[in-house]
Design a protein around this ligand. Structure first.
Ligand SMILES: Nc1ncnc2c1ncn2[C@@H]1O[C@H](COP(=O)(O)OP(=O)(O)OP(=O)(O)O)[C@@H](O)[C@H]1O
Length: 566
């Protein structure tokens, strides 16, 4: 996957960033000036001059002490404001990239860690790397200029010391940490994935005695992450220690240079303390170098998400949907998931308004893929799906789904009340509408028992597979699309309920354009056409009575179904 530029700053942010940087530099400068003025005042006071000689210095010390605090406050405020905005904006853009994305290279815990930890890196890049580096550069330059007025040789020594601590050390830590920091985020993602498996798969792990193995895999992932984190802390500590050493040596060198130039005590004290304090903004840059390596790795990972190609290509200027009842013409349709063999390989089908078509076929035949192509959640490789004579790729995919949608595989139950779980498909539905959909989906017994306001979902009331399926069916019926797509609506339901459910469904869909994917054949004599798919191709088609009278998949399935009913 190739990376695309990831825009961190939106309009208005560069100005705030400059403000934050200037405030940071001003705070550092005020700190240096404070120490320089204090050093001058203390050493000069030791010579017991008249008080008036010290009055300017006294005012200056007070002014620098106050403004330093104010500037630091301004820097934190503006810096964090811009960093948090950049982080939130990055997350938002990633979500926008994810919504239409096709299959992602990674999902679950890894994706979550990218969305959370890696977007934190955006904040670190601004607040811990960029901003302090520029502020340190400005403050360091000012300290060197100040020193140059007193003693040029001392200024050179100070510049050398600052360059070692502010440039060489961060560069060294960045190189030392490059490989390790790039591995920390994936290691954290792996640990998160292991923990998620342990929690969500606890029942399966216990059932097959695999808990200890999964637990030790989790512990190993934890140990790997801890090792990397320890290494990172060591690099940080070493950088800080070396920085302090360089600071000390620079101050000693400056004092030696001052005494060999026969500077008086006051000037020497000012030089020494200015040199000492000018390292303050520079010392954290060692750790920033280390952090930068991790930040760049995180940004690369974010770019990968941003660059995930969209599952379907949207038209430049989408056409408005036609008003007349939808007539569908599927012509020689080829659909492929990634680089696998085509899931649909030359399927043709006509569905007139009001037609009910059943799709049957063995597992993996491409039935769900056909529904996905109609809902525009996968792209077409070749062939066409024409809606009232217009290629559906010329409509926005969201628009297409307002006309053609329904019960999909793996429906989701939200952590909300039963009523709200249904209202998802009909925010304005009346209680009567809800009750009708629930009745048609044969869910009324359950709603009668549990009530409409019971919370469902992961932490709410547990929903059985059959109840979930019927809930999803009720949603589809409530949404009432012009073309109702139903993917195995009687799945995960016992035989008797499945038969009754299909019978009700066929009743409820009379006269409504419907595409029904099913493994059960009972009741299919009512539909207009049955299409048998195998390996992505139509191998049989026709009404029920025609298909049961010829050898083939349909008749075999019909006979085995009859056998199990005896
Ligand atoms: N998102 C996907 N990514 C990759 N391959 C996929 C994806 N969805 C389906 N496939 C593959 O496409 C082929 C057709 O799958 P599809 O789900 O359409 O079959 P199906 O007939 O609905 O099967 P089932 O009856 O088991 O639901 C299968 O080989 C499947 O592995």
């Amino acid at each position: 996957m190739t990376g695309t530029p990831l825009r961190l700053l939106t309009p208005g942010m560069p100005r705030r960033l400059v403000l934050a940087t200037l405030a940071g530099a001003a705070a550092d400068l005020a700190g240096i000036a404070l120490i320089a003025a204090a050093a001058w005042m203390i050493t000069r006071a030791a010579e017991q001059p008249p008080l008036a000689a010290l009055s300017v210095a006294i005012v200056a010390v007070r002014a620098f002490a106050t403004t330093r605090g104010l500037f630091r406050y301004g820097e934190r405020l503006a810096g964090h404001d811009v960093a948090l905005r950049a982080q939130a904006g990055t997350r938002e853009r990633l979500y926008q990239a994810l919504v239409p994305a096709g299959p992602l290279p990674r999902r679950g815990a890894d994706l979550l860690s990218r969305m959370v930890d890696d977007t934190d890196a955006v904040q670190d890049l601004l607040v811990r790397c960029l901003l302090p580096a520029v502020a340190a550069l400005l403050a360091g330059t000012a300290a060197v200029v100040l020193a140059a007025f007193v003693l040029p040789a001392a200024a050179l020594l100070l510049a050398a010391g600052l360059l070692v601590a502010g440039v060489a050390l961060p560069a060294a830590t960045a190189v030392a940490a490059r490989r390790r920091s790039a591995r920390i985020a994936p290691a954290r993602a792996e640990l998160a994935a292991r923990v998620a498996d342990l929690v969500h798969g606890a029942a399966d792990l216990a059932a097959y005695g695999a808990r200890d193995r999964a637990l030790s895999a989790g512990m190993e992932a934890d140990a790997r992450l801890a090792l990397l984190e320890r290494g990172r802390s060591r690099v940080d500590a070493a950088a800080l220690g070396l920085g302090v050493l360089v600071q000390g040596l620079t101050v000693v060198a400056v004092v030696l240079a001052a005494s060999s130039a026969d500077l008086d005590g006051v000037a020497t004290a000012v030089l020494a303390l200015t040199a000492l304090v000018s390292f303050e903004p520079v010392l954290p840059l060692g750790a920033a170098g280390e952090r930068l390596a991790g930040v760049l790795a995180a940004l690369r990972r974010l770019r990968e998400i941003g660059a995930t190609p969209a599952a379907v290509t949207e038209p430049g200027t989408p056409l408005p949907l036609p008003d007349e009842p939808p007539a569908l013409e599927i012509e020689d349709l080829v659909v492929r998931h990634g680089d696998r063999a085509p899931a649909l390989n030359g399927v043709s089908l006509s569905i007139a308004p009001g037609d009910r078509v059943a799709i049957v076929g063995p597992s993996g035949a491409g039935k769900s893929t056909l529904l996905a192509a109609l809902m525009r959640t996968v792209d077409i490789e070749s062939g066409n799906i024409m809606l009232n004579g217009v290629d559906i790729r010329r409509f926005a995919s969201d628009d297409v789904r307002t006309r053609m949608t329904g019960l999909i595989q793996d429906p989701y139950v939200f952590q909300a009340t039963l009523r709200d779980n249904l209202r998802l498909a009909g925010p304005d539905a009346s209680d009567d509408d809800l009750a009708r959909a629930v009745r048609q989906a044969r869910l009324d017994d359950w709603t009668g028992r549990t009530g409409w306001d019971t919370t469902l979902g992961e932490d709410g009331r547990t929903v059985s597979g059959g109840q979930l399926q019927r809930l999803a069916l009720a949603r589809a019926l409530l949404y009432d699309p012009q073309v109702l797509l139903l993917d195995e609506p009687a799945e995960a339901v016992d035989e008797e309920t499945a038969d009754a459910l299909l019978a009700d469904l066929l009743d409820a869909t009379r006269g409504r354009t419907t595409l029904l994917v099913t493994h059960r054949l009972r009741g299919l004599e009512q539909v207009d056409e049955i299409v048998v798919l195998e390996d992505g191709r139509v191998v049989q088609r026709g009404p029920h009575h025609a298909l049961v009278s010829v050898p083939g998949y349909y008749r075999d399935l019909w006979e085995s179904e009859a056998l199990t009913r005896r």
